[in-house]
Design a binder for this molecule. Structure first.
Ligand code: ATP
Ligand code: MG
Length: 252
């Protein structure tokens, strides 16, 4: 088992947002988290790499057992070195080029010499077919290109797990596919991923496991077929049926 979370609780003010979350992930799994807006999905991801501090819970990543409410500085750094997060709004450095954005983490996070880091970054851009954009600043890139560079920036660091928080929700519909293609490619290469998304076709076709999350807890988890075709819980069924009308392009 690569990652195990136990009894994760988080409240904001007096409202409990995460009500005791338990789950585990094996190496190579693509776990897609679906669920209604405001249910706590982003909060869950942010707690996993200490962008928020949990009130209670434990996390085990590889052989490290960590108290999520009281991590040491070293543990926080260790988890951040072994995970990467891709956000909805790209979060690229605006004053750095595409190439520099990808090279940045290699240089400052991993101590790789600048020339070598830039060579790795260039190779990543070539693989994506974005070599021509290497000297472009984020303002000169489309949203889709920015997000693809955001994903490359995260994955050149070879994290154990990449956490995606609705990576395509800020994109024009015709750009969603390009980003999802990159993610599907990563999945095929065996990258372990946790993906929060409203793209149901991705959940259906790429996930090894789907978690349906609502009201601060995991309602149900299963294979895409189990969740989409034979949901066990009424709450899941409701969401899938509504989602079916509003969100799903089943045949994609
Ligand atoms: N920093 C914060 N302070 C107070 N409340 C917060 C904070 N961050 C999130 N919340 C609240 O926690 C709840 C869960 O928010 P969260 O962003 O995790 O939901 P979500 O499932 O990611 O929703 P969406 O699908 O819309 O992104 C919401 O009610 C939100 O208002
Ligand atoms: Mg969210």
């Amino acid at each position: 088992m690569l990652l195990e979370v136990k009894n994760l609780h988080k409240r904001f003010n007096d409202k409990e947002i995460l009500k005791g979350i338990d789950f585990s992930i094996d190496s190579g799994e693509v776990v897609v988290i679906i669920g209604p807006s405001g249910s706590g999905k982003t909060t869950l991801l942010r707690n996993l790499n200490f962008l928020e501090s949990a009130d209670q819970g434990t996390l085990r990543l590889q052989d490290q057992q960590i108290d999520l409410a009281n991590p040491t500085k070293e543990q926080v750094q260790w988890v951040r070195r072994h995970t990467a997060m891709v956000f909805q709004n790209y979060n690229l450095f605006k004053n750095k080029t595409a190439l520099q954005n990808i090279a940045e983490g290699l240089i400052y996070g991993q101590g790789i010499e600048q020339k070598k880091a830039e060579a790795i970054a260039l190779q990543a851009l070539k693989t994506l077919g974005l070599e021509e954009q290497k000297d472009h600043y984020p303002s000169q890139l489309s949203g889709g290109q920015q997000q693809r560079i955001g994903i490359a920036r995260a994955t050149v660091l070879h994290p154990e797990i990449v956490l995606f928080d609705e990576p395509t929700s800020a994109l024009d519909p015709e750009l969603v596919g390009t980003v999802m293609d990159d993610m599907q490619h990563l999945a095929k290469q065996g990258q372990t991923m946790i993906v929060v998304t409203h793209q149901m076709w991705f959940a259906r076709n790429v996930a090894t496991r789907v978690i349906f999350f609502a009201d601060g807890h995991i309602v149900e988890t299963g294979t895409p077929t189990e969740i989409f075709e034979h949901p066990q819980k009424e709450r899941t069924r409701q969401f899938i049926v509504t989602g079916g009308k509003l969100l799903v392009r089943w045949d994609d």
